[in-house]
Design a protein. Sequence first.
Lengths: 209, 168
Amino acid sequence: MYVVKGWIDMTRTTSGDDDLDRLLDRAATTPPQTARVDAALAALLTEARDYVPPRRRRGIKLVAVAVGLAIAGALVAGTTMSTVWLQIPPFQELPAGWSRTTEYIPIEWVSVAGEEERCRMYLELERARPGDIDALDAAIVEHDWDGFGQALYDSLPGAPTGQNVEGDVTSLANPQVQAFAVGVIPEIGRAGAYDPAVGALATTCRTDI
Amino acid sequence: MSVDVGWVAALAEREAPRLLSYFERRVDVREDAADLLGETLLVLWRRSSDIPASDVEAGMWLFGVARRVLAGHRRGGKRRLALAERLRNELAVTSGVTDEVADHVRAAVRALPERDRELVGLVHWEGFALAEAAAILGIRPGAARMRYQRARVRLVNELNVSREAARR
């Protein structure tokens, strides 16, 4: 087992912070660059500048994915289906009485073609009470979403590619995100006439670099 | 919009050593940093018309590209670039002094959630202010502060676990 001695003294809070800073500074060190590395770096800079791609790659694609709540109906009885298209930028205005989170759930994956796909899913609440959006924002930030999108993509049958994949992946996310919202605001799950409800999950996707 | 090739070249030259260090700190195999740097530089030139005009924002934009290149690498999207082969070979034969403590701290940072990890790295290793790191990651400063504090607590706990393990 790998064992290291001499870490942070937590009995002294300030010193503990200083110790952490010192350790992080120490971890910043990289091997010194030799003259040969410098020369290779200079060559790379020149070659990258002069590089001509054999064919043009697909450019940036902005895709607005409408996410209905058909799947969510199984979780939240009585929720009406809503569809929101995001116009990028700026986002489409919300219907009266709706609120959207400012934080987003990152849904990211690498396709079988090796392309990185990135989507951002925002929750939109109807009848949000003071503090509901802040609570969801804080929970979204707090939650670890690493691997969430990749797991969804990997669960699609076959080797999915093409323009509909974003919609397929984000649709798969719907029930999990709904459940997440209920976990943060239990009243959403009651689906009462005066309770807050997830009106839509608004998603924007883009293919980049 | 016409691109000032000289300005882009100067940006690349200025930031390349920092970017190389950025990748070296974050990959398991040091020479992979050469391919990642090459990939980043290709994106820089391919998207040169998108680069913000100010030097500071251009640097931040470039690290945002580097972050996405690294994310693809971590998810298995690895590419070997012919134009990076020379640098790759040099990195492979240039070994640094082994520092177990530094290695262990880096491992603890790598164990953090992706955005927390990047916040810590951008602030402590690349020297960005927290607000700049937040902009690179596309998150609000308030959220960045929350993530940063959470990451520090996790690191303290993780490194203390190591100390406790050493005592047993």
